[in-house]
Design a protein around this ligand. Structure first.
Ligand code: GDP
Length: 174
């Protein structure tokens, strides 16, 4: 897989509080192309995902924190060179939405200033447990100039769309 030909290689990262669904989103995106590698020194996992845009093949390397956010700050090497970020919160836990501001600060401090950031309100299938309204996500996205979608990694809702939106925007701005 890593040797397969591609026209572009984009590094992208998943960020957000613990248990918002980052690993499940990664599994969805990587699907059968799931080749989990680990970088034990910095405690991350990543997988690859190929996407066709017109006649171009884009290979995205998608990094996941592998739970490190629980124990210590994510190191700057996590963000280095990343062209896109999926900033995830859990619509059933308001605290995870409030913390997106902290994650944004970190992305802006350590990441590339042109990084494409997609805000994802995950677990949209859990409507009865909702604590964060769709409008709250939309408003934040508007204020911070982010793309926004609610997703369900469990039911595979909007996951592909959100990813494609990010990849397309990176491609257009790269
Ligand atoms: P991470 O710590 O951010 O990587 O979160 P995980 O991917 O490990 O998910 C944390 C928990 O939330 C697990 O029990 C998942 O099964 C569950 N989960 C993740 N995504 C969804 C979703 O879209 N809907 C529901 N109902 N549960 C989810």
């Amino acid at each position: 897989m890593a040797d397969e030909e591609c026209d572009y290689l984009f590094k992208t990262v998943l960020v957000g509080d613990s248990a918002v669904g980052k690993s499940n989103l990664l599994s969805r995106l990587a699907k059968d192309e799931f080749h989990l590698d680990t970088k034990p020194t910095i405690g991350v996992e990543f997988a690859y995902r190929n996407t066709k845009l017109g006649d171009k093949t884009i290979k995205a390397q998608i990094w996941d924190t592998a739970g490190q956010e629980r124990f210590r700050a994510i190191t700057s090497s996590y963000y280095r060179g990343a062209l896109g970020a999926m900033l995830v919160y859990d619509i059933t836990r308001n605290g995870t939405f409030e913390n997106t501001r902290k994650w944004l600060r970190e992305l802006r401090e350590f990441g590339n200033p042109d990084m494409v950031i997609v805000l994802l309100g995950n677990k949209s299938d859990l409507v009865d447990l909702r604590e964060v309204e769709v409008e709250d996500g939309q408003k934040l996205a508007q204020q911070e100039n982010l793309c926004f979608m609610e997703t369900s990694a469990k039911e595979n809702l909007n996951v592909e769309d959100a990813f494609l939106q990010m990849i397309t925007k990176i491609y257009k701005t790269a």
